[in-house]
Design a protein around this ligand. Sequence first.
Ligand SMILES: [Fe+2]
Length: 224
Amino acid sequence: MAEAVIASEARSQIAEHGYILIPEYRPSAGIIEVANEFGTPLTPWEGGLVQTLIPREEAAPNTYSGNFGMGRFPFHTDLAHWRRPPRYLLLRCLVGYRDVPTSLIDGRRLVDAVSRDILSRAIFKPRRPRDGALALLRLFEPAADGADLLRWDEVFLRPASKVADTADTQVRDWLAKTTPLSITLFRSGDALLIDNWRMLHARSPIPPGREDRSIQRVYLGGLH
Ligand SMILES: [Fe+2]
């Protein structure tokens, strides 16, 4: 399929479902080339254009691996403690396994369940100051153009108001009883493009023998 067709198909699938899985997409092409086909790659920090995600038993305390090691990662949106988190993330399989899926939950269901009102009034703060300043962030920022921003991260964000305490409890309870979608990146080149302002994602636990799982990630600011 021509690249332009793939990009427009991805855009409409993501608008509808919040993500698209493209199996074995151009396995011999690099992730930067693939990312450029779909949108505009971001460099979130110096040297961070392409991040390689490998399970680690121990890591820095400000990372998910540092908190959860080989265990299950809780549902979150990426870089939720940033004022403006990256809009999309592209995950691409280098080495994957059928029994290590990535789980997704459509945040629109969460917004419907907890309510736009509570989520947009819920003020959270990052666990640690960023650039010396402690930002106050709403869990939900509605936008007139439909590009609503939902953020959630139970590790890096803490409730900072009474409504936020309520929202925190309700979101956790809802997530605990919600059945996620299970997406498996297991073939070389499998590509998963996610709307990070809408979908929550989580990684399964890593069973013994799966420690060489290797997934590349690139953030995109927008789609073509
Ligand atoms: Fe993540």
